[in-house]
Design a protein around this ligand. Structure first.
Ligand SMILES: Nc1ncnc2c1ncn2[C@@H]1O[C@H](COP(=O)(O)OP(=O)(O)OP(=O)(O)O)[C@@H](O)[C@H]1O
Ligand SMILES: [Mg+2]
Length: 132
């Protein structure tokens, strides 16, 4: 029998990894969460801001694709960021005086789950699952 499950609607934004990209991504998440009826977009905005800033800082080239959708199986909302870079993100252990290297760790503390998957052609997607 064919499945009656509907594929979730995926909201997609494609950007260049410029200095303007994090704000555009935050505003996009606000609109997506509004469309999905989720009142509190603080975590979503923080997550996408960190992930897109990382592409600006650590990849710099290619495009950035932001996707937002609901996972109906577990009731979460998923924020994903794809970039074309070959290097993988690393959650670092930073010394007290270090001026950077905390972003992914802080993000990991805010979300239900997160991870990285390699894309078949090139690049990778970093995904984060948020409680609604
Ligand atoms: N999209 C990415 N592509 C390649 N490497 C990445 C990416 N995101 C993060 N990294 C790597 O993982 C490390 C940890 O990222 P994290 O966001 O925790 O720290 P940071 O960006 O260096 O500093 P901060 O976020 O505190 O400004 C980075 O230093 C970088 O080496
Ligand atoms: Mg960072």
């Amino acid at each position: 029998m064919p499945s009656t499950a509907q594929a979730p609607e995926v909201h997609t934004l494609t950007l260049l990894p410029t200095v303007n990209a994090p704000k555009a991504a935050r505003d996009f998440v606000t609109k997506c969460f509004c469309d999905l009826g989720i009142a509190d977009d603080y975590v979503g905005r923080t997550v996408v801001s960190e992930l897109v800033t990382n592409v600006h800082k650590h990849v710099k080239i290619g495009q950035v694709v932001v996707r937002v959708f609901e996972d109906e199986q577990d009731g979460s909302v998923v924020v994903e960021v794809w970039d074309s870079g070959e290097k993988m993100p690393v959650v670092r252990e930073v010394e007290g005086s270090a001026e950077s290297g905390r972003g992914l760790y802080m993000m990991s503390m805010l979300v239900r789950d997160w991870g990285v998957r390699l894309t078949s052609e090139r690049g990778k997607t970093i995904w984060a699952k948020l409680d609604r």
